[in-house]
Design a protein around this ligand. Structure first.
Ligand code: TRP
Length: 399
């Protein structure tokens, strides 16, 4: 049995699963504890160095600053790659809202880097069926959202000759029945243990995990990987998706496939502080890719939780508490210049730099990210969406 959490989440002090992320008593998510509980591995420096050596390019900010902080058998992907064996990438999105916020972009920006650095194919699952079941949205609305979200995903710069985007309603046939044969409902283990489903949940939900599991196996994409059952899969995702893939890894050997490897990120925190992940349901907790420069500036000034002191005198004396400071946290995601980030941390931490200055720098950095994204998205046409989502071979996907 794959190492991992089998108790009901209610008994735990912090809750992290695909549907809920809540820290203990309004504190921070304890990621070390999560690694222990889930049974994944910490992504340490030597592995980051190895990625740099193998790809011949500097590791992505998210990698070198520990945003992607945990993994499962990522080293095995690298071992195989070193011997000339390529792999494919698999990631996804549940299309539950029209506008994406910055936290939604994190895994896609990182996946784009992985695709470029390793020169490998990528499949992206849009789980319109999942959102239809969990959010009680109509089928049509979920399908519409899936297409809209596909535009934002394409805007991240994926290579159309190496990328297949699919919606579950369109593409998925009998996966559920097939994979589902290997998962029991029996209490304490498997579906109930991993996902915390209870008697009140409808069977549609119970049937969903196999659908998110199946793209981990090359045989789910006969137009891409026919005859390549030995191909390995690497899944970049936020750590709340781990339960799906714990289950998948359990079953993989019995189906005759490699266990998928995972590279897992922490959550992009809400403006109000690091107690959970940015939530699409509170517009003031997040910066959206549709926000204007003015809105970004206002949200940061008004809502971004500051580790600075209450008065200038006190701040000059004590400095900012960088541990809880959201502007610094956000800069560590999106300010690429390592030297500047260090400078800000030193000066702000010592009280020589004030919160207002840090917030101003953050507003500029985020405005640039958002403007770049908006321009790229505006250039994505309906035809491009169709092209990315067409079931087609990708002849040069490993070049
Ligand atoms: N369930 C994910 C969500 O709600 C979407 C998803 C499907 C996914 N397959 C994935 C995310 C693989 C990461 C990796 O966002």
């Amino acid at each position: 049995m794959e190492k991992g959490e089998d108790k009901h989440e209610e008994e735990q002090d912090q809750v992290v699963n695909p549907w809920e992320v809540t820290a203990k008593d309004g504190g921070k998510i304890d990621y070390d504890k999560l690694i222990d509980k889930f049974g994944c591995q910490r992504l340490e420096e030597p592995l980051v160095d190895r990625v740099q050596r193998l790809t011949g390019r500097p590791p992505h900010v998210f990698l070198r600053r520990g945003v992607f902080f945990a993994h499962r058998d990522f080293d095995e992907i690298l071992n195989a790659y070193e011997k000339g064996k390529k792999f494919y990438l698999y990631t996804g999105r549940g299309p539950s809202s029209e506008a994406l916020h910055l936290g939604h972009l994190v895994p896609f920006m990182f996946t784009k880097y992985l695709q470029d650095a390793f020169k490998v194919p990528l499949v992206i699952q849009l789980t319109d069926d999942e959102k239809c079941m969990w959010k009680n949205l109509s089928v049509e609305e979920c399908q519409r959202l899936a297409r809209e979200n596909a535009k934002d995903i394409i805007a991240c710069g994926f290579d159309i000759t190496k990328t297949f985007i699919f919606s579950d309603f369109d593409y998925v046939g009998g996966w559920n029945n097939y994979f589902g044969n290997y998962i029991n409902i029996s209490p304490g283990i498997q579906v109930v243990g991993i996902f915390g489903f209870s008697g009140e949940d409808h069977i549609g939900k119970v049937g969903f995990p196999p659908i998110q599991a199946a793209p981990s196996f090359p045989s789910s994409f006969p137009h891409l990987f026919s005859g390549k059952d030995d191909l390995r899969c690497l899944i970049p995702c936020a750590i709340d998706q781990d339960p799906y893939f714990r289950m998948t890894r359990d079953v993989a050997p019995r189906l005759g496939y490699h266990k998928p490897s995972l590279i897992e990120s922490s959550f992009f925190p809400a403006l109000q502080g690091e107690t959970g992940k940015m939530s699409a349901s509170d517009p003031n907790s997040a910066i959206y890719v549709t926000d204007s420069a003015k809105v970004i500036k206002n949200k940061i000034n008004k809502y971004a939780f500051s580790g600075g002191q209450d008065s200038v005198e006190k701040h000059r004396e004590l400095g900012a508490n960088l541990e809880v400071d959201i502007p610094v946290k956000y800069l560590s995601f999106f300010l690429e210049d390592d030297a500047e980030l260090e400078h800000i941390k030193t000066e702000y931490g010592a009280g020589r730099m004030l919160t207002g200055e840090v917030k101003k720098r953050l507003a500029d950095v985020l405005t640039e990210v958002v403007d770049r994204h908006r321009a790229a998205r505006a250039a994505v046409t309906e035809e491009m969406v169709d092209a990315f989502m067409a079931v087609r071979p990708l002849p040069n996907m490993f070049d």
